[in-house]
Design a protein around this ligand. Structure first.
Ligand code: URP
Ligand code: ZN
Ligand code: ZN
Length: 488
């Protein structure tokens, strides 16, 4: 076997891409897929994939790792623990955040986060740069330079007391991103509505976790989407709307895309599988299900599935934001905090793909190719990761081999992140990634983890969707309405 041209052959499986499902062997040399076909010659090593699905590793484009929250709480995961848990869930690339808080130098922030990831990550990673302090230096120096170096997406919050960016500053960011050809990702909720609701609810004694969804009124989402889309249209700058949670929000996006505005959008498993009722638990327990925006209703779930089917939403990311249910995380303000004092966020890197596989493949909702598209191919395309996102010749051999009939009941103890719980505890799902490869090397085999901290590689990116064709320039849509946009 030693004279074989292939270092590894994955033999006899069913390969799925975002457009096809077919029986094939996959031949790998070094880190790269070099052959796909039946009856490939023997490899130096082989993986028997008969009866299994051979899928591209997941690309999770939204995860908070080793990051300081809006309220200054360090999240529970290191790069090592977060990426290990991602790998166990079939994900081989992650885009996380280099988070600037007010007063911090963006360049130093990027240097610090890349150093942490370089030391700890076991899968490949890239960064969105969170900007919360929009100084002249950020606009004139940092954004152009960092985007040119490959950090080609910026993340902005329209809410959260310590991170949010006001409208005028948001326009500054959109204009700088347009010039640099970066994509701007936005947490879009109306800050005024939420703050006002929190104050009113708290004054009236409604402080349990179940009031968190009430405070994030549905209209706070659709209003912020509408305003943000107007800014995007004004400047002809593409945006990515993060974590869409409501039917109305999805409708605003559909309408804008129909007019040719370059708006992309994601949702997350928590909006497809959880509802606000999950927060209604005794005492502070509901804190485990608290994220922003909150999970809504089954009607919203239906609307989001439909929006994914129609292409109005293009991605399902985890928004992994891990806080333990103890005094280091959710209960930092004490055992009975008011909902306003509880850190927002759920763990989800490990469960994203299995939950979606169960719904989409095992239960037939939208099917296998759409599963591959939403979880791997589309994020790789939109964020310009050309080596990732598909089983195709020349791509990185990032591959998850799925046992499509394995039934797993999710428990807190089986998770590999450091949160200590999963919001999906007790659910039984069908289908599990049993073997996971990163660039041709086995990372996960059953219960065994073969990765090492430092195995992950920084992925630098050109502009991606920001530079891609698609949509129409504002002036082409209606020159009279946006007269002067080209001067900005
Ligand atoms: O609740 C969430 N999603 N926490 C993480 C930070 C964010 O809003 O994306
Ligand atoms: Zn967010
Ligand atoms: Zn987030």
């Amino acid at each position: 076997m030693s004279d074989s041209i292939y270092d590894l052959v994955i033999r006899g499986g069913t390969v799925a891409t975002s457009s096809d499902v077919f029986a094939a062997d996959v031949g790998i040399i070094g880190e790269t897929i070099v052959a796909i076909g039946s009856g490939l010659p023997a490899g130096k090593t082989e993986i028997d994939a008969r009866g299994k699905l051979v899928l591209p590793g997941g690309v999770d484009a939204h995860a908070h790792i080793e990051q300081l929250s809006a309220a200054g709480i360090m999240n529970a995961d290191s790069f090592e623990s977060a990426t290990k848990s991602a790998a166990f869930g079939g994900t081989t690339s992650v885009i996380c955040f280099a988070a600037q808080h007010v007063g911090m130098d963006v360049r130093e922030v990027v240097t610090d986060y890349t150093a942490l990831a370089k030391r700890g990550a076991t899968i490949d990673y890239a960064f969105h740069i969170i900007v919360s302090d929009v100084t002249d230096k950020v606009i004139v120096e940092d954004i152009p330079a960092l985007v040119a170096e490959g950090f080609s997406s910026i993340k902005i919050f329209m809410t959260y007391d310590r991170l949010r960016v006001e409208d005028e500053k948001l326009l500054d960011i959109l204009a700088a991103a347009r010039d640099a050809k970066a994509l701007v990702c936005v947490h879009a909720e109306n800050h005024g509505i939420i703050s006002w609701m929190v104050k009113r609810l708290t004054e009236r004694g409604y402080t349990a976790p179940k009031y968190h969804p009430v405070s994030h009124a549905r209209l706070s989402e659709s209003e912020a989407f509408t305003r943000l889309i107007a800014f995007s249209e004004l400047l002809d700058q593409p945006i990515m709307i993060f974590h869409v949670s409501t039917r109305e929000g999805a409708a605003v996006i559909r309408e804008a895309r129909g007019r040719g505005v370059k708006v992309f959008a994601e949702t997350c498993p928590q909006y497809l599988f959880l509802t606000a009722d999950d927060l209604d638990k005794p005492g502070a327990e509901g804190a485990k299900w608290m994220c922003s925006p909150p999970a809504r209703t089954t009607d919203d779930q239906d609307a989001l599935w439909r929006a994914l089917e129609l292409g109005d939403l293009q991605l399902v990311s985890s928004d992994h934001a891990p806080y333990r249910f103890d005094d280091t995380g959710k209960l930092r303000a004490g055992p009975n905090p008011s909902f306003k004092q509880i850190a927002n966020g759920l763990p989800g890197l490990e469960t994203r793909l299995p939950l979606l596989f169960d719904a989409m493949v095992s239960n037939g909702r939208l099917g296998l190719s759409k599963f591959v598209e939403l979880t791997s191919t589309a994020p790789a395309q939109i964020y310009n990761l050309p080596g990732k996102g598909s089983i195709a010749i020349g791509k990185d051999a990032d591959i998850a081999i799925w046992d499509r009939v394995r039934e797993v009941t999710l428990t807190d103890a089986m998770m590999h992140d450091k949160t200590g719980f999963t919001p999906y505890v007790g659910r039984t799902i069908t289908g599990w990634p049993e073997t996971v490869l990163l660039r041709g090397r086995v990372l996960v085999e059953g219960d065994r983890f073969a990765g090492q901290p430092g195995d992950g590689r920084l992925m630098l990116r050109e502009g991606g969707a920001a530079a891609a064709p698609g949509g129409r320039r504002v002036a082409e849509m209606d020159p009279a309405r946006n007269f002067g946009a080209e001067l900005l």
